[in-house]
Design a protein around this ligand. Structure first.
Ligand code: AMP
Ligand code: MN
Ligand code: MN
Length: 344
């Protein structure tokens, strides 16, 4: 039986990690060395990118160019980047590809595992110079050098620190990229540490229009999208599965096709905290019979559940992909949830 760890235990982890700082900076020094010795760098983020993935790619590309490097950003998928994420400066230059050009170094950001780099996974596995920068606790450290800080709210939080070591000044463009990651990976600053607010303050001081950024990344919806959301939300189901209350939404292909991915992704925010539910779930049919599933919770570790289903993520937000008919995929999740005990 899988025992879930309560979110409160993160506080303890945080304290334990303070002793890690020296080691982090040791890794930063090594990172500086590998970056210094590279002239051409490829920067790769994860499949189905979110704002932390895009903001991390664009921030690293921007910083490397300041340092006089030839840097380009890549994602290993053919599917276009969602329009709202293209507002992040430099995002429109990210190349969607299955091949990398010859480079001296590959920097992989915000990817918890190699397979999340999609079509670029083989190229990355074969490279002898890869620097992985990430905040997924489950990251096995698949780079030749790894900076993995599970206590960081977003990958961009780690980057803000790294750029200090590298002597890259914080301008408004860089701040915009970093802010995009920290804003969205903290559920709009709902969870995180005091450092998160200190960083946000520092970023805002460059003159960022944070209201506009939030509108672009999170709040903008068309009337058509609102109707789609209403239709999905009206089908919300609350069920007791084993010891867990589960609120779930089915966003099937017929309902979501042609709608903005920002609107579809925002559905998860509505089921994160529902009365009598411990977990919120959104099943999103991304292509016929293929589903991306989002898991959310305010008090139990959903990354453990996602991992059991071949995915991953963080304590409050995780996901996995699966395929099949609606009934089958719901049953598959219920099967896993049935075995989980809610340790209070
Ligand atoms: P999402 O529900 O798509 O917003 O994803 C929430 C978090 O779960 C992401 O930040 C990722 O860390 C993780 N995640 C989502 N889908 C997957 C997947 N298929 N494999 C591994 N991790 C995932
Ligand atoms: Mn991400
Ligand atoms: Mn992230």
């Amino acid at each position: 039986m899988l025992i879930l760890i309560e979110i409160q235990s993160r506080k303890k982890t945080r304290v334990e990690h303070q002793g890690f700082n020296r080691e982090h900076h040791h890794h930063f020094d090594k990172a500086r060395y590998v970056i210094d010795s590279a002239a051409r760098v490829a920067v790769v983020g994860h499949l189905r990118p979110d704002a932390d993935a895009i903001g991390s790619i664009t921030a690293v590309v921007h910083a490397l160019r300041y340092l006089g490097k030839r840097a380009r950003g890549f994602i290993g998928q053919a599917q276009e980047i969602p329009r709202n994420l293209l507002t992040i400066p430099g995002a429109t230059d990210i190349e969607l590809t299955a091949e990398l050009p010859p480079v001296d170094l590959i920097i992989v950001v915000d990817c918890g595992s190699l397979d999340r780099t999609g079509a670029l996974a083989d190229a990355i596995a074969q490279s002898s110079r890869t620097l992985v920068i990430d905040h997924h606790a489950s990251n096995p450290g698949f780079g030749t050098l790894n900076i993995i800080q599970p206590e960081a709210e977003s990958t961009t939080v780690i980057l803000a620190d790294l750029f200090k070591t590298l002597g890259v000044p914080l301008d408004r463009t860089l701040a915009h990229c970093l802010y995009a990651g920290v804003l969205t990976d903290t559920g709009s600053f709902r969870w995180g540490t005091p450092q998160m607010h200190l960083l946000a303050a520092q970023l805002m001081k460059t003159g960022l229009d944070t209201r506009r950024i939030a509108e672009e990344l999170l709040d903008g919806n068309s009337v058509k999208d609102l109707r789609m959301m209403g239709s999905v939300l009206s089908g919300v189901t609350l069920e007791q599965i084993g010891e867990l209350g589960v609120a779930y939404l089915i966003a099937d292909r017929d309902t979501v096709y042609g709608h903005s991915s920002a609107a579809v992704e925002s559905l998860a925010d509505f089921v994160r905290v529902v009365d009598d539910a411990d977990i919120g779930v959104v099943f999103k049919e991304t292509s016929p019979g293929r589903w991306a599933v989002s898991l959310r919770s305010s008090h139990i570790d959903v990354s453990r559940i996602a991992t059991q289903l071949g995915g991953g993520g963080h304590v409050p937000a995780a996901g996995y992909t699966t395929s099949g008919k609606t009934d089958t995929i719901v049953a598959e999740l219920k099967n896993v949830l049935d075995d989980i005990s809610l340790e209070k």
